[in-house]
Design a protein around this ligand. Structure first.
Ligand SMILES: *Cc1c(COP(=O)(O)O)cnc(C)c1O
Length: 377
């Protein structure tokens, strides 16, 4: 049985008619940039998220860049973030000339550690970018206690957590700004690149709108600042509008699949070998990935690959040890929890349409791996 890490074909089959109708609507209108599809997508997303402002843009990477840029963050400023995330989180900070400050994570949840954040705050700290990694919310309560009185902004990287909630609120709508990605494999996936910024403050939202249109907003051809071109196109917006009403159901299905994996692992008595990501109190996660921690990660990954079972390592190298950040002077061993996570994490197949027999087959192979190991352990 071949089981891919992610299979979008069932989702496509189920929505094919609606998706094709949506595309036809845009093609017939011949309005490919901006226009009613993008405006409708922004307002529908704002409503779903419970955020007063939602601004679509070209990618999740651009969403992070626009959020930092709108706050005027640049040279001489520090932004605290996690080293255990996709590169874009820190790349956006560096591209604006600011300094990413990496702090360690919590072992069980893989999330940024609020105590480590507190210890890293300086007079130059302008923002914190917590990442709701793999769709699990991080501890925003603790982080906002740190930022409230200090004038430090919280920019949520919600690229992996669309549909996850914390104390009943959608992640990405809780901090000062929130950033989403519609990369095809994300919880809400386009047929290309796309992203979105939320902003609690309307003036900041207008700055984001301005920056995504070369600094010309609300009036074309009159520029009060220099921005860039970062747009979500109408075809992508039309596709995303078809998918958005299904997002919360898909999140619930992802949650059930992870619970099922946990059940199967427990039935096999493997819970000490395969440890699941812990969920922050108050969070209902729409798991983007099902990431487990296994000390024999490389061997298990290879074993699963040979059996036709998709698996992946998110992420093999922490950001503080990337070549491009060597000038920041971090050493091996400095953020040990993140470094160990990079050596031990393995993502298992997860998508809403994953079937029970497929999940059983995944866990059968994992059990076979540990059975084969038993004599030496
Ligand atoms: C995917 C992702 C991004 C970047 O989104 P793109 O749309 O690929 O540019 C940023 N941060 C995290 C945590 C992501 O997973």
């Amino acid at each position: 049985m071949n089981i891919p890490l992610l299979d979008l074909s069932d989702q496509y089959e189920a929505l094919a008619n609606d998706l094709e109708a949506a595309l036809a609507r845009v093609v017939q209108s011949q309005r490919f940039i901006g226009g009613p599809e993008v405006a409708a997508f922004e307002s529908e997303t704002a409503a779903m998220l419970g955020s007063p402002n939602a601004i679509a843009c070209a990618s999740g990477t651009d969403a992070l860049l626009l959020a930092l840029w709108a706050l005027g963050i640049g040279e001489g400023d520090e932004v605290i973030t996690t080293p255990f995330t996709f590169f874009a989180t820190a790349g956006a900070i560096a591209r604006l000339g600011a300094t990413p400050v990496f702090v360690d994570i919590i072992p069980d949840s893989f999330q940024i550690d609020p105590e480590a954040v507190e210890a890293a705050i300086t007079t130059r700290t302008r923002a914190i970018i917590p990442v709701h990694l793999f769709g699990v919310a991080c501890d925003l309560d603790a982080l906002s206690r740190l930022t409230e009185t200090r004038g430090i902004a919280i920019i949520e990287d919600a690229a992996q957590s669309m549909g996850s909630t914390l104390h009943g609120r959608q992640t990405g709508s809780i901090g000062d700004l929130g950033c989403f990605s519609f990369f095809p494999s994300k919880n809400l996936g386009a047929w290309g690149d796309g992203g979105l910024v939320t902003a609690r403050d309307s003036a900041v939202a207008d700055t984001v709108r301005s920056l995504r249109s070369h600094g010309a907003f609300p009036t074309k051809y009159f520029h009060d600042r220099v921005g860039t071109n970062s747009r979500l196109d109408a075809l992508q917006a039309a596709i995303l509008r078809v998918k958005l009403p299904h997002l919360l159901d898909w999140g619930a299905a992802r949650r059930q699949r992870v619970a099922r994996y946990q059940e199967l692992i427990q039935e096999r008595g493997l819970e000490n070998h395969v440890r699941f990501q812990s969920v922050t109190e108050g969070c209902v996660p729409a798991f983007h990935q099902c990431v487990v921690r296994v000390p024999q990660r490389d061997a298990l990954g290879q074993f699963l690959t040979e059996a036709g079972i998709g698996n992946a390592v998110y992420y093999p190298r922490p950001l503080h040890l990337q070549e491009c950040f060597a000038h920041l002077g971090y050493r091996v061993g400095q953020l040990p929890v993140a470094e160990q996570a990079c050596d031990e994490v393995l993502a298992l197949p997860i998508f809403p349409e994953l079937r029970d027999d497929q999940q059983q087959a995944v866990i059968d192979r994992i059990a076979a791996f540990f059975d084969a190991q038993a004599p030496t352990s």
